[in-house]
Design a protein around this ligand. Structure first.
Ligand SMILES: *[C@@H]1O[C@H](CO)[C@@H](O)[C@H](O)[C@H]1NC(C)=O
Ligand SMILES: [Cu+2]
Length: 345
């Protein structure tokens, strides 16, 4: 058993890289995974013409619909392994550099809407926040324990929406089909009395395999980066700073929970009001990217000690980077058979 876990841990350590958006916060209140369509695995989608580009491969719809209002601060949270929210592990593996995009699509029913049939408008993006040295949105994500915060546009119509949170990893993007797309869709109901429905794009359709932000060699000094997809609605994309990006966390990682709520914080389900819990107890300090590389005003809190809960240990670990992972498995299996132990798969 110990051996098994050690090998699994080694595999995760060597192949750890891939990731999924798993949790959501609304104004600093943790919604956990109550409203996410969790992907089946943390493997990327690489075919920009696939229906899977909308909401990942056969992601299971959740029964939860999180309530948000125009102007709310929504945070999406990415991690490598299911249910592991530890800030001791990078949100997405270190060499998986690239942009973050957030889209929304108005739907009739967020629990049943088919992602690839929707019209998606972009509400936020971060590409290369600094080019001195090159610093990617995914590095900012890793600095902040996987959290990325955006604002729900304050004029949009009320109703059910899907939120599509996406990282595009560009570490092998210099050949066609090399870019890796990691997305999850979240189910929300927007309240308020807005009256705007921005025009959108479709997934698949919005991206071409040869877009300059998708077919790109990032192992060179970049001065600019063309974030794939349309211009965000209602916000200006931040300029690329020419000063070093502050790597200080702006999310208060000291308060990172180790558990993942899977039910809405209130019992009334879809369209429920946000819980009474004060957002200030969570003190989200993630800030929207600014047009200058102004250092964050908050001091980085030390990350909490890694969670070693049994639930985390017994959860199915995703296996990815199949080449490397398989080699490692094969090597371990051979060693184990030499030692008279059963292989781990
Ligand atoms: C996704 O669903 C389709 C249709 O049911 C199926 O053919 C395919 O094998 C599924 N893919 C995965 C990875 O489960
Ligand atoms: Cu990868």
């Amino acid at each position: 058993m110990f051996k098994k876990l050690t090998i699994a841990a080694a595999l995760v350590a060597s192949a750890a890289a891939h990731a999924t958006f798993q949790e959501m916060w609304v104004n600093g209140v943790d919604m956990g995974s109550a409203c996410v369509r969790l992907p089946l695995s943390n493997s990327p989608v690489t075919d920009v013409t696939s229906d899977d580009l909308a909401c990942n491969v056969n992601a299971t719809a959740s029964s939860g619909v999180c309530s948000v209002n125009p102007g709310d601060q929504v945070t999406v949270e990415m991690h490598q392994q299911p249910g592991d929210r530890s800030c001791a592990t990078q949100a997405i593996g270190g060499d998986h550099y690239g942009p973050i995009n957030i889209y929304m699509a108005k739907v009739a029913d967020a629990t049943t809407a088919v992602g690839y049939e929707q019209s998606w408008f972009k509400v936020d993006e971060m590409g290369l926040p600094s080019d001195n040295p090159d610093y990617w949105a995914t590095e900012v994500l890793n600095d902040n324990c996987g959290h990325f915060t955006f604002t729900v546009p304050d004029t949009i119509e009320p109703g059910n929406y899907l939120i599509r949170a996406e990282v595009i990893a560009l570490h092998v993007a210099s050949s066609v089909g090399g870019a890796q797309f990691y997305m999850s869709c979240f189910q929300v109901n927007v309240g308020g009395s807005g009256s705007t429905l921005p025009s959108g794009v479709q997934f698949p359709g919005a991206y071409q395999a040869t877009d300059p932000g998708i077919l790109i060699n990032i192992y060179q000094q970049l001065d600019t980066y063309a974030i794939p997809g349309p211009t965000p609605y209602a916000i200006a994309s931040p300029a690329v700073a020419s000063t070093p990006w502050p790597t200080t966390a702006t999310w208060n990682t000291a308060l990172q929970p180790s558990t993942v709520p899977t039910a809405l914080p209130t019992s009334s389900g879809a369209g429920a009001a946000p819980p009474a819990q004060s957002p200030t107890t969570v003190a989200p300090t993630t800030v929207a990217p600014t047009t200058t590389a102004k250092p964050p005003t908050t001091t980085a809190a030390p990350p909490p000690s890694p969670t070693t809960s049994a639930s985390g240990a017994t959860q199915t670990q995703y296996i990815w980077e199949m080449g490397r992972a398989y080699q490692a498995l094969y090597r371990h299996a051979r060693q184990d058979s030499v030692l008279g132990k059963s292989p781990i798969i």
